[in-house]
Design a protein around this ligand. Structure first.
Ligand SMILES: Nc1ncnc2c1ncn2[C@@H]1O[C@H](COP(=O)(O)OP(=O)(O)O)[C@@H](O)[C@H]1O
Ligand SMILES: Nc1ccn([C@@H]2O[C@H](COP(=O)(O)OP(=O)(O)O)[C@@H](O)[C@H]2O)c(=O)n1
Length: 212
């Protein structure tokens, strides 16, 4: 049985493997998992479907009202939606609109695993264990390319690389909750690891936190 309030924060840049690790940690410790990137992607998709302007904070805020039925939409995975998500997620009003449900999830009595960009810094600053997952940009681009190709989306590796670099810069450079490694986070570079090796190392790092 997991500790009743075990909360694990997993942050990192796009396609670093944080979602795979977060899902694996949730399975290992028997905890519920929230992929917070899906919330921002759903806002982006809602905006796209309705024809709202991503340059308008007001339009992006309106798009937040209409995301419940988009959470399992296959189009969420596209790099186009990811790119718009990284633009609308820079708006403070959008971050505030999505804050409470993430805090509630992180505060659940049964504990939780959340992955995103600002989990260890803003959403769950008191998390039991914080991991900052990263990987070399070329490796991340290869992984995302393989993922999207397997899903049947026609994409070019060079375009993915350009998109990921732009998204990294936007996510790290914004004023509102930028992508930032928390002071007390543990770094996990998965560049040369298989998914199974990365999960084993993540469990080892969480255990070191639980032991202290
Ligand atoms: N260590 C790894 N080695 C190779 N591929 C990986 C590894 N970790 C994840 N992947 C694959 O890379 C893609 C992106 O991983 P994901 O966990 O979704 O990243 P993120 O949540 O950081 O965007 C997925 O297709 C996943 O299966
Ligand atoms: N906690 C979070 C999660 C995602 N995001 C934004 O949402 C975008 C999509 O997030 P994601 O986690 O689905 O992206 P990937 O890492 O899976 O490519 C990111 O580029 C961020 O701009 C955020 O700002 N804060």
């Amino acid at each position: 049985m997991p500790s009743p309030s075990l909360v694990i924060a997993v942050d990192g840049p796009a396609a670093s493997g944080k979602g795979t690790i977060a899902r694996g940690l949730a399975r290992h410790y028997g905890l519920p998992h929230l992929d917070t990137g899906k919330l921002y992607r759903a806002v982006a998709l809602s905006l796209l479907r309705w024809g709202g302007d991503p340059d308008s904070e007001f339009a992006a805020l309106r798009a937040c009202e209409d995301i419940a039925n988009l959470m399992d939409d296959p189009e969420l995975k596209s790099e186009m939606v990811g790119g718009i998500a990284s633009r609308v997620s820079a708006y403070p009003a959008v971050r505030v609109a999505l804050l409470e449900r993430q805090r509630e999830f992180a505060g659940s009595e049964q504990g939780a695993v959340l992955d995103g960009r600002d989990i260890g810094t803003v959403i769950a600053p008191d998390a039991t264990a914080k991991l900052f997952v990263t990987a070399a940009i070329d490796e991340r681009a290869r992984r995302r390319h393989a993922e999207l190709t397997t899903a049947g989306l026609p994409v070019h590796l060079e375009d993915i690389l350009i998109d990921l670099k732009a998204r990294d810069e936007r996510d790290a450079g914004r004023d509102a909750a930028p992508l930032l490694m928390a002071d007390d986070a543990l770094l996990l570079d998965t560049s040369a690891m298989s998914p199974a090796e990365a999960l084993a190392e993540a469990i080892r790092l969480v255990e070191t936190r639980l032991a202290t």
